[in-house]
Design a protein around this ligand. Structure first.
Ligand SMILES: Cc1cc2nc3c(=O)[nH]c(=O)nc-3n(C[C@H](O)[C@H](O)[C@H](O)COP(=O)(O)O)c2cc1C
Ligand code: SF4
Ligand code: SF4
Length: 447
């Protein structure tokens, strides 16, 4: 993460205040969580997808440390295409973004139900959620009753799939239509006696609209995000969109590391909305414990992971768990509830940010390797505030001109070489909204 400043710029894992003046470090750590009435020994659940296709996979995942799993979406078994996945590699990072045109389960319902029952019997303390997607009210009644008999802990209604199922009036076709979403959520609540989570599509204008519909429909919680509708790339020899099916392609669902900021924004949006009161199971690009922590700090009650498990296998959860535990020990937290949502008060709309706050860049000449990437970035892409003094490769920041945009720090390849330091101006906080209220938001205040 780059772009820190004196207010938030401590290295990941070391920054941030302690809650309530600070519990002592060294206390035992309890990672267990509860989300919409569904309990699990840790917040890490496998999201509905290929890793949760079979009992063998889910049991292996639980053995490796996952706290829960949302089964691959059940419904009328479908026929998938070959191929069905695509990925973006970005400057040496394999699978920076992932794309799929896969549909829901292709296995018979009876087989899935038998396996869910077996997993629940053998792992009673883990969270096992059944993802569902069917069409009519009768279909919902039928599948809910049959699935509940497995002993699973809850349902997740898949109103998110952006391809294949939406053409049949399901998936994102429901997630994009709040009235329909509310109605079907209401059916699920009527037929189910266990918790109902609603999985939301990000392919909408404002995530609060479908989230409020889920709340009105009686959901116990929401899960977000499902995949983002996307065309990932074109094959430059065959001219087929990727993934290619006999030389043709279509829009699919985007996920993986690239989508995390979008998911984090949407989780934050719900965390800040006072009228929205349901717990959130956060999904989207979670690959590291730091990703996981971001979502918890923005109020998530549990976390779901798909692409990272597909990329690295189930063992990735061990890194996530260890990292989160170590951070909690270092901060003196013993339970997730002690810091869940801790960053939400620090999120403001742009109009409430302090326009009088000022920082400038500072280069550590000892760490600098003289690559001058910062110079090129500021000269061509920012505010021409870096000079190249004669006789040295180490640039010099013209601090009286620097606008504190962070760009040089972001591009600098040496961690800690450029820091952003606060310039004390002795001015009180003044936001754009303050200026509007005072009638002083003239042309000089515009950006
Ligand atoms: C190949 C693939 C298949 C998926 N199938 C389902 C599905 O059947 N039901 C569902 O609700 N979500 C499905 N998803 C979406 C994931 O559960 C998850 O919401 C999304 O991938 C974002 O998380 P991630 O960035 O950790 O992958 C699928 C995702 C992928 C990559
Ligand atoms: S980008 Fe960083 S390392 Fe390179 S010249 Fe600038 S300060 Fe030095
Ligand atoms: S913070 Fe922005 S304006 Fe200041 S030196 Fe760096 S790139 Fe230039």
């Amino acid at each position: 993460m780059r772009g820190g400043n004196p207010g938030n710029g401590a290295p990941r894992g070391n920054g941030g205040p302690r809650a309530n003046g600070g519990p002592r470090p060294g206390r035992p750590v309890d990672l267990s969580v509860e989300c919409g009435g569904i309990r699990s020994p840790n917040p890490f659940w496998l999201a509905s997808g290929p890793p949760t296709n079979t009992a063998g996979q889910v049991m292996r995942a639980f053995d490796m440390g996952w706290g829960g799993a949302v089964w691959k979406t059940l419904g009328d078994p479908i026929t998938n295409t070959a191929s069905r996945y695509g990925a973006i590699d970005y400057q040496g990072r394999n699978v920076a973004g992932f794309n799929n045109i896969e549909l829901i389960t292709d296995r018979p319902l009876e087989v899935n139900l038998r396996e869910i029952a077996e997993v629940k019997r053998r792992y009673p303390g883990h969270a096992l959620v059944a993802s569902l997607m069917v069409e009519t009210r009768d279909d919902w009644r039928d599948i809910i009753r049959r699935t509940e008999d497995t002993g699973c802990d809850g349902f997740e209604l898949n109103f998110g799939c952006p391809h294949g199922m939406c053409e049949r009036g399901m998936g994102s076709a429901v997630g994009q239509e709040p009235r329909l979403l509310e109605e079907i959520t209401g059916w699920a609540r009527e037929f189910a006696s266990i918790p109902v989570l609603v999985k939301l599509t990000p392919n909408i204008t404002d995530i609060l609209d479908p989230a409020m519909a889920a709340q009105r429909g009686g959901a116990h919680g929401v899960s977000l995000i499902n995949t983002i509708k996307s065309v990932i790339a074109i094959d430059h020899d065959t001219f087929s969109p990727i993934p290619s099916v006999a030389g043709q392609g279509t829009s699919g669902g985007y996920c993986g590391p690239a989508v995390k900021p979008i998911a984090l924004h949407m989780v934050t949006r719900l965390g800040k909305a006072e009228e929205f009161r349901l717990p959130v199971s956060a999904i989207g690009g979670i690959h590291t414990w730091e990703d996981a922590l971001d979502f918890l700090l923005m109020g998530a009650s549990s976390l779901q992971v798909c692409t990272a498990a597909m990329h690295y296998g189930f063992r990735i959860v061990q890194e996530m768990t260890r990292g989160l535990e170590e951070w909690m020990r270092e901060k003196g937290y013993s339970r997730i509830e002690e810091f869940r949502g801790r960053a939400l008060p620090n999120y403001e709309e742009w109009g409430d940010l302090d326009l009088n706050y000022r920082i400038v860049a500072e280069i550590d000449p000892v760490l600098c390797i003289g690559c001058q990437l910062c110079y090129a970035a500021c000269e061509d892409g920012a505010h021409q505030c870096i000079a190249l003094p004669a006789g040295t490769r180490v640039p010099r920041i013209k601090q009286d001109e620097c606008v504190g945009c962070n760009l040089c720090q972001i591009v600098c390849p040496v961690e800690g070489c450029i820091t952003m330091v606060e310039v004390e101006r002795g001015l009180p906080k003044e936001s754009w909204n303050d200026r509007v209220a005072a009638g002083t938001a003239g042309a000089g205040g515009r950006h």
